[in-house]
Design a protein around this ligand. Structure first.
Ligand code: C5P
Length: 222
């Protein structure tokens, strides 16, 4: 247990939790943990080292020794795997799907638990993921579960990818997002579900500004 405050923002992919979490971390001057990036990097490492995405013992060992460094460059998250900048590479839909496969493995998740908890540093931590409020930081001061319909999330992802110069197809994105939701929600270990004490926000009809204001108001009580 720690006295350092934590705000957890969990939810499905494309719900906007990453953008909101980063805005709030900046506003509060708190640290930020993008837990999905850890699973994405692990999947990249597996592909790089020719390890099958269902080889649980080997992946758990890789997870425990993962040479991963996060840093910030002009407010942009820079992610390095074994010294190589993989920030761009890990954001593709393929990387997200590969991440969700390795993330379904219990030994992988337990190997990464402590690493995630180490991000809890003063003055506070904002974290986004799937199990931040349920498993990794169950004692977090404020928990939010941010969601939106699969269609809205796919449209947002489409725009986001386009801005990054990555071409995609909207109907493929809708089916990929739905498939990933299903895998994340139905897995037996740390499934994607709101913590009992989380505020559930559906952002389908809300702009980023509105979501941001809702959450920052909640943090007033931290
Ligand atoms: O959030 P992001 O889309 O980057 O996460 C990629 C994948 O990593 C998710 O689909 C999910 O399977 C997995 N993940 C997880 N637990 C977390 C964060 C991400 O299982 N806390």
């Amino acid at each position: 247990m720690s006295n350092i405050p934590v705000l957890t923002i969990d939810g499905p992919s494309g719900s906007g939790k990453g953008t909101i979490a980063q805005l709030i971390a900046k506003k509060l001057g708190w640290h930020y943990l993008d837990s999905g990036a850890i699973y994405r990097v692990l999947a990249q490492a597996a592909i790089k080292h020719h390890v099958e995405l269902d080889n649980e013992p080997e992946l758990a060992q890789m997870a425990a020794q993962l040479d991963l460094v996060f840093s910030l460059d002009n407010d942009q998250l820079v992610v390095k795997l074994e010294g190589d900048d993989v920030s761009h590479q890990i954001r593709s839909e393929q990387a997200g799907n590969a991440a969700s496969k390795v993330a379904a493995l219990a030994l992988v998740r337990s190997a990464l638990l402590e690493r995630q908890r180490q991000f809890r540093q003063a003055p506070g931590l904002v974290t986004d993921g799937r199990d931040m409020g349920t498993v990794v930081f169950p004692d977090a001061n404020t928990k939010v579960f941010l969601t939106a319909s699969a269609k809205v999330r796919a449209e947002r992802r489409y725009k986001q990818l386009k801005q990054k110069g990555i071409e995609s197809n909207l109907s493929d994105l809708i089916s990929e997002i739905s498939e990933r939701d299903k895998r994340d929600s139905q897995r037996s270990v740390a499934p994607l579900i709101p913590a009992e004490d989380a505020l559930v926000l559906d952002s389908s009809e809300m702009g980023i500004e509105t979501v941001y204001r809702h959450i920052i108001t909640l943090c007033g009580d931290v």
